[in-house]
Design a protein around this ligand. Structure first.
Ligand SMILES: Cc1ncc(C[n+]2csc(CCOP(=O)(O)OP(=O)(O)O)c2C)c(N)n1
Ligand SMILES: [Mg+2]
Length: 525
């Protein structure tokens, strides 16, 4: 048995038989004559490869597998790797390297790979011997799961055909159980804090985006009768946004944040940090006298939160235990969040029309991938997430993730409609995603808000008090590019055509086996 054979066994055992990749010569020994039960998925750029793998991991809630080509492939993937880290997406990434037998001579394609992605990977390793490669991959699987992020193994190309080691040489456990016990003292401390508060509020973080965690926060929220906000710039939703206690997303600037939190004497963030903001503003997150607390199983989030009490524990268990211990309070008399009124009918078509039209029509289990910077806030208000994975977005802000991630999400969730809502600029960063979707018969609906440029950047420049240095690019014909990659595309320029297209397409989203682009020309906001 070779190292390659042992790796195939590892991939099968861990359910990693879909290999997201863009290959180079350092991957040839591994990939040539790939067994038929392993499914190779080609992305035409490594940003797309890792973003597809991210979507697939999020969809299946377990690690996915990507294979990248030494420095060129790894380098191209760094943005997507960083995004996977910030979105806490588990991916095992194998990276090809030149053959160790002559690497001292720095041959063609020898990569200076260590550190190329900084400390974004949650773990990385270059095994000391070829025989340690399968064990390193197995460990990377556990590291990716435990630390929720990309774990990297560098594999010199000659290693694949070496003889494998004995099973007892694999330095990784067969099973890792992660029991989530919460102790009584911790629960009592938090329950006491909540019971003493006159007007508590909850903040749902992205780490809550699983069915169990949504349900646990609902239980606690209903016990407390408290409003639930979503953390600002959240990559995923942590609470049903059609629940009567849903209070809306938190502002991403401190003055507005302080204003929003003004009525509360205790704010408990669950499954997210205190607090995620955008541009810097001075002053504290909340007014004097408001106690801040956090519960998360993400140590980084917990350790940087300026709170009175932090619980580093499984947030769903904490919520359930605390809910059982605090006093029942009355529910709010009416829903706390009012969806904005539909925008006025008629020309010109604006992004708000498109988001409202989508929000009105999409079924509750739709997976919405957001990557439309100047319309992100509007999307959150008009397209509420009603089920886990109802909203996903690149939490670090790195563009080019949305289109390929929607392909991976739809691959992993063949029963749920997947809709990517993308800015025109964002689409171009990951444009090759159209090819993979078409080639592999994956059917996300991709709605591009074509406002002709980097609108958010234009707005920021205007706020700074000057003209932008960059041009607009309204002439870029994204529909034509998508068609050239084999994806069906339609151009839409008015509200009637938009409604007609959505009425036709939305009911069939669940069964789509090919991607569809709707390129909607909108007036810039
Ligand atoms: C890979 C990458 N490069 C550059 C940026 C900086 N950036 C942030 S928003 C933006 C423009 C986005 O344009 P578009 O997708 O058309 O959205 P709009 O602002 O028009 O809504 C850019 C270039 C980024 N976030 N990611
Ligand atoms: Mg734009």
């Amino acid at each position: 048995m070779t190292v390659r054979d042992a790796t195939f066994d590892f991939l099968r055992r861990r359910g990693l038989t879909d290999i997201f990749s863009n290959p180079g010569s350092t991957e040839i020994p591994f990939l040539t004559g790939l067994p038929g039960d392993l499914n190779f998925v080609l992305g035409l750029h490594e940003g797309s490869v890792v973003s597809m793998a991210s979507g697939y991991a999020l969809a299946r809630r377990r690690p996915s597998f990507a294979l990248l080509h030494t420095t060129p492939g790894f380098g191209n993937a760094v943005n997507a790797i960083a995004t996977a880290r910030v979105n806490r997406t588990p991916i095992v990434i194998a990276i090809g390297q030149q053959d160790r037998r002559h690497i001292a001579f720095e041959p063609f394609l020898a990569g200076r790979l260590e550190g190329l992605a900084g400390d974004y990977p949650v773990w990385s390793s270059q095994p000391s011997r070829a025989q340690d490669v399968p064990g390193a991959l197995e460990r990377a699987y556990h590291e990716a799961e435990t630390h929720r992020g990309p774990a990297i193994v560098i594999v010199p190309m000659g290693d694949w055909l070496e003889q494998a080691g004995e099973p007892h040489e694999v330095a990784a456990p067969q099973h890792v159980l992660r029991p989530g016990a919460v102790d009584d003292e911790a629960v009592a401390a938090l329950a006491g804090l909540l019971d003493r508060a006159k007007s508590p509020a909850l903040v749902a973080g992205a780490r809550l985006d699983t069915p169990e965690r949504w349900a646990a926060l609902v239980t606690l929220a209903e016990r407390l009768g408290a409003p639930v906000y979503q953390e600002a710039f959240s990559g995923q939703a942590g609470f049903p946004q059609d629940h009567p206690q849903w209070a809306g997303p938190l502002p991403f600037l401190r003055p507005q944040l302080r204003e929003t939190l003004e009525p509360y004497d205790l704010v408990l963030a669950v499954g997210g940090p205190v607090f995620r903001q955008s541009a810097y503003d001075s002053g504290p997150f909340a007014r004097e006298g408001t106690v801040l607390a956090v519960v998360s199983d993400d140590a980084d989030e917990v350790h940087r939160s300026p709170v009175e009490l932090a619980l580093l524990a499984a947030p769903d268990l904490v919520c359930l235990e605390v809910a059982a211990r605090v006093s029942q309070r009355p529910q709010p008399a009416e829903p706390l969040f009012r969806r904005p009124e539909p925008p006025p009918v008629g020309a010109p078509l604006k992004a708000a029309h498109v988001l409202q039209a989508l929000g009105d029509r999409l079924p509750a289990d739709a997976v919405v991938v957001e990557e439309c910077p100047s319309n992100r806030d509007e999307l959150m208000l008009r397209m509420p997430a009603r089920q886990p994975l109802g909203m996903v977005s690149p939490a670090m802000g790195g563009l080019g993730w949305g289109l390929p991630a929607s392909v991976g999400l739809r691959m992993g969730l063949p029963d749920r409609p997947v809709v990517a809502v993308l800015g025109d600029g964002s689409t171009v960063f990951g444009i090759q995603g159209f090819w993979s979707a078409a080639r592999y018969g994956i059917g996300p609906l991709v709605v591009v808000l074509k406002n002709g440029g980097y609108r958010i950047m234009d707005q920021l420049a205007a706020h700074q008090g000057g003209p932008p240095a960059w041009p607009s690019f309204g002439a870029v014909d994204i529909a034509a590019i998508a068609e050239a990659f084999g994806c069906e595309a339609r151009r839409i320029g008015d509200g009637e055509a938009l409604d007609a297209a959505l009425d036709e397409v939305v009911p069939g989203l669940r069964d789509r086996t090919s991607p569809l682009l709707l390129e909607v020309t909108v007036e810039p906001d």
